[in-house]
Design a protein around this ligand. Structure first.
Ligand SMILES: [Zn+2]
Length: 161
């Protein structure tokens, strides 16, 4: 019984102990997402994502529900998020790098905003975009097929006023 306490605790932490799985937890913080959304936002092979999701579900960190052919994932217990936040606060206190501390404080929405290529309207995220450019104080992200060039020629045609 005594040792079981620590074994159980370690098992749960083991399930959380992977950068991609922590990324998935942040992503699901305020929303339920299906595998293809997670795949699209994190730009990882689908088999890889499925494996991480399975580990998190087995540890009861995530719960899943089926809707037609899609499987949707969400956080099973919000206390897990509070635990992750606490760990991040420890990291903020430990680091002497101001820029890293700033990024540790950002929400997932700020770290990984879902946005559209302003030219072709393809859904892109800063992580998956091929190109980025700052215009009028705002960051824009582009696909791989020449939209950045078109944008640079006439940005005002693509920026919503
Ligand atoms: Zn494009």
């Amino acid at each position: 019984m005594y040792s079981e306490v620590f074994e159980l605790h370690a098992e749960l932490l083991k399930a959380l102990s992977h950068p991609r799985r922590l990324e998935i937890l942040r992503l699901l913080r305020d929303q339920e997402l299906c595998v293809s959304d997670i795949y699209e936002m994190l730009d990882l092979p689908q088999a890889n994502i499925s494996q991480h999701l399975m580990i998190l579900r087995d540890a009861e960190v995530l719960s899943s529900r089926k809707d037609g052919k899609q499987v949707f994932y969400s956080i099973a217990n919000k206390k897990i998020l509070a635990a992750c936040d606490l760990f991040r606060e420890v990291l903020i206190e430990q680091t002497e790098d101001a820029e890293l501390a700033r990024e540790l404080r950002l929400s997932m929405q700020e770290l990984l905003p879902l946005t559209h290529d302003p030219v072709c309207q393809m859904r892109v995220s800063p992580k998956t975009a091929s190109f980025a450019q700052k215009h009028a104080g705002e960051m824009f992200y582009f696909c791989a097929s020449g939209c950045k060039k078109k944008f640079a020629e006439r940005p005002d045609a693509y920026v919503k006023k």
